[in-house]
Design a protein around this ligand. Structure first.
Ligand SMILES: [Zn+2]
Length: 137
């Protein structure tokens, strides 16, 4: 998409499978086989116990709103056309918290609450990058 003007994530070798998954509209997480913790963002070393004994698991894509903010001022020129929008941290049912947007709902405080259940949806922004976002359940 040549007209996509927001910053775009740069895939790294240790996150390739994550981006392959989002292109298929699947959310994949790294998990540690030593301390049994799934984590985000995807990287080769467990952030809790520093083990390299890790694997991938597919997330259900279900979670709850951990916190949110309604942005009324664009943090980057690419977001000017989007304000107001909802920036949020979603806690997935596998445990990790991921930064994202809540979409499909008017960005008004009375429409949102901490703990509300959400489900992942996917937004293709380029041939390589598809972003996970969340809708209220
Ligand atoms: Zn670990």
């Amino acid at each position: 998409m040549a007209d996509y003007t927001k910053p775009i994530p740069v895939p790294q070798p240790e996150s390739d499978r994550y981006w392959e998954g989002t292109r298929r509209e699947e959310l994949w997480l790294r998990t540690c086989l030593d301390c049994d913790q799934a984590y985000f963002y995807p990287r080769d070393i467990c952030p809790k116990c520093h083990s390299r004994n890790t694997d991938w698991i597919r997330s259900s894509g279900k979670g709850t709103i951990s916190t949110f903010s309604i942005a009324h001022r664009a943090p980057h020129p690419g977001f000017v056309g989007d304000v107001p929008y909802i920036a949020a941290i979603v806690e997935l049912e596998e445990g990790p918290r991921i930064p994202t947007n809540i979409v499909g709902v008017d960005p008004e405080p009375e429409n949102l609450d901490i703990g509300m259940p959400v489900q992942v949806v996917f937004e293709k922004i380029t041939d390589e990058i598809t972003l996970p976002k969340f809708e209220l359940v």
